[in-house]
Design a protein around this ligand. Structure first.
Ligand code: NI
Length: 135
């Protein structure tokens, strides 16, 4: 039987949505207040979804405590109370949109989750605005 398990997590982070190839005026035109020079913060909510066969020996797809620990060490410790433009090496060279943050989180987690399991990441930037990878 294939089934999905989910774990929610949370982090606060600052960013500035800004394309360095464009003028300040062009950035303001495209990104509005998100281009504000001195950064602003979001309360990001993360939903990590793991899908796979139930292991007959444990009854688990994956030990959720192990998943909780991976998310804590690899994501919360890396992103929480950080400036996504400056502090997170994995985000270097990426405009820190929800799309890029979500994909970066997926890539980091993918390396720590059994390859037999499917991984999907949903990231809420606000309660109403969220993205999901894979699409
Ligand atoms: Ni923003």
């Amino acid at each position: 039987m294939r089934i999905s398990v989910f774990r929610r997590a949370h982090f606060n982070a600052a960013h500035r949505i800004y394309n360095p190839k464009w003028s300040d005026e062009e950035n303001r035109r495209v990104f509005g207040p998100c281009a504000h020079t001195n950064f602003h913060g979001h309360n990001y909510e993360l939903v990590v979804k793991i899908t796979g066969e139930v292991n007959p020996d444990t009854g688990y797809v994956m030990d959720i405590n192990k998943l909780k620990q991976i998310i804590k060490t690899e994501i919360e410790d890396r992103f929480d109370h950080k400036n996504l433009n400056l502090d997170v090496p994995e985000m270097q060279g990426l405009i820190p949109t929800a799309e890029h943050i979500c994909f970066t989180i997926w890539k980091i987690l993918r390396a720590h989750i059994d390859e037999k399991l499917d991984l999907s990441v949903r990231l809420y930037e606000t309660p109403r605005n969220f993205v999901e990878y894979p699409a």
